[in-house]
Design a protein around this ligand. Structure first.
Ligand code: HEM
Length: 480
């Protein structure tokens, strides 16, 4: 990468010449380097094509609130007008302006606080099922467990508990489809679909997925008066509202809801369990809070709301390792961002990970310190794990309910400790920051013997984990 200086001009534009693919290849390394070189506004340019990066609360606010200049085009590969791929990618994140506003109002209905309280018992029952399967003494890949758990939770809440096989199958298909979109679309930057090998495979899979979602919609249409899953609520609300959601948009929003809910929440669960296991003094304090405030095996709705340290832990976990690592908008027409004149279609990236690690916003930013939340109250554009502005996550209250139920339940029943010497690495894939390795943890009784262990992998470059004294490491290896 080399910085560009305009010829015959003393001013320096914050542009680096390099490979555009450096960004999807390693988003965090690329964004860190651009931020170090240029500060809060930067661009990466190759052969006249640019990706622009806007970091920090001021630019986040600018890009997120100026909806006329910066539009959302989450999916780069839309397929032909009549394709299943086009319908599946037609949810909220592909809509803008008045259409987005009207559809968002409709899609938000099943996610109001009073409605999601109805999902609580189901979340509890799926949490218990998972924990009943775990055995003291075994080592589990917690990354895999949290992904499977969220696959079950999301498919049941969206599609209902009465048809678990079909719900689960659709969940798995959507997951695979999200993955193919990322692989083929190169992290939402490539639109020249014909050049890419996996495109045909993506279109075929989209057809199969659409057929399965249609089967579910037909089933719910026939019995939606009784059912309380999100899809039935959406069908009912839509009918009462004069049917503003066409079938195409219903299919797109169902796929989007699943994709948006599943991995983001699973990654947040995994990161929080890992951070707690590696911070024994915080874990000890949290264990006391959970033991004294929760009477049964699982928290009640009221108990889950009354865990102040748990709340700070989750906030801090989502600051230091935000499951949504970056997002982007595209320039609608032409736009000016600081000294940069941007042409139509230019992608503008903003990053929760980089913003949450700015030392001017969060002193000692790479360190996990839940108690910092006793004294700070950042603006919505300085702390934005769920985004901010007119497209802020509509599933945030539901995600918080899942986190505040599952985490205390897991930590009350078991002590989780990382297997010493494990290689744990994280990366942003498809805009989500999650583990790309196993996260192996030993399951013990809740005996309060919390200890950090040495770990390898790039996790240490994403967040500061406490140093484990060498003597302690030897002791742990002997005991293992
Ligand atoms: C920890 C879990 C979650 C995280 C970190 C997260 C993060 C985000 C972020 C950052 C955005 C903003 C996107 C943008 O500005 O382009 C967003 C939007 C969205 N999220 Fe979430 N989300 C989570 C859970 C959920 C859940 C559980 C659901 C639904 C069941 C959901 C549904 C949505 C939808 C539909 C949007 C699009 C809103 C719009 O375009 O108006 N999310 N989410």
């Amino acid at each position: 990468m080399s910085t560009v200086r305009t010829a015959g001009n003393t001013s320096t534009l914050p542009i680096t010449r390099g490979r555009l693919m450096d960004f999807p290849d390693d988003p965090i390394a690329c964004m860190r380097q651009l931020h170090a070189e240029h500060g809060d506004l930067a661009a990466l340019e190759e052969d006249g094509q640019r990706i622009v990066f806007a970091f920090g609360s001021q630019w986040n606010q600018h890009v997120l609130t100026d909806e006329k200049s910066f539009v959302s085009r989450f999916f780069s590969l839309r397929g032909s007008r009549t394709s299943a791929q086009r319908r599946l990618t037609s949810g909220l994140l592909s809509m803008n302006g008045a259409e987005h506003k009207a559809n968002r109002r409709m899609v938000m209905e099943p996610f109001q606080k009073k409605v999601i309280a109805g999902y609580f018992d189901n979340i509890c029952s799926l949490t218990s099922q998972m924990l009943d399967d775990w055995r003291v003494g075994e080592v589990r890949n917690i990354h895999e467990d949290m992904t499977q758990y969220m696959l079950r939770v999301t498919s049941s809440i969206l599609f209902g508990f009465d048809v678990p096989e079909l719900s689960f199958r659709i969940g798995e298909m959507i997951d695979h489809w999200v993955h193919l979109n990322h692989q083929t679309g190169m992290g939402a930057l490539r639109t020249d679909a014909n050049l890419s090998d996996g495109y045909e495979r993506l279109l075929e899979h989209a057809e199969e997925l659409e057929a399965a979602i249609r089967q579910m919609i037909d089933l719910r249409r026939s019995d939606c008066e009784q059912s309380t899953d999100v899809l039935s609520l959406l069908i009912r609300a839509n009918e009462q509202d004069g049917g503003i959601l066409s079938d195409e948009k219903l299919i797109g929003n169902v796929a989007l809801l699943f994709g948006a809910a599943h991995l983001t929440t699973a990654h947040t669960l995994t990161w929080t369990l890992l951070l707690l296991a590696q911070h024994p003094s915080i874990m000890r304090e949290l264990h006391q809070e959970i033991s004294s405030e929760i009477s049964g095996a699982l928290p009640t709705v009221a108990e889950a709301r009354e865990l102040p340290l748990m709340e700070r832990v989750v906030k801090e976990s989502m600051r230091v390792l935000p499951a949504s690592g970056y997002l982007h908008r595209n320039v609608a027409d032409s736009a000016q961002l600081g000294p940069l004149q941007l042409s139509r279609g230019t992608p503008v990236v903003f990053s929760q990970y980089i913003t949450h690690h700015l030392p001017e916003l969060y002193p000692d930013p790479d360190t996990f310190q839940p108690d910092r939340w006793l004294t700070i109250s950042p603006s919505p554009y300085a702390y934005l794990p769920f985004g901010a502005g007119p497209r802020m996550c509509i599933g945030a209250p539901m995600a918080m309910m899942i986190l505040n139920t599952a985490l205390p339940a897991i930590l009350k029943r078991y002590r989780l400790s990382v297997v010493p010497g494990s290689e744990i690495s994280g990366r942003i894939v498809s805009s989500m920051l999650g583990p790309v390795t196993d996260v192996p943890m030993a399951i013990s009784p809740p005996d309060g013997q919390f200890r950090a262990v040495p770990v390898m992998g790039n996790i240490q470059s994403l967040v500061n984990l406490p140093e484990v004294p060498a003597s302690h490491a030897v002791e742990i290896r002997r005991a293992a």
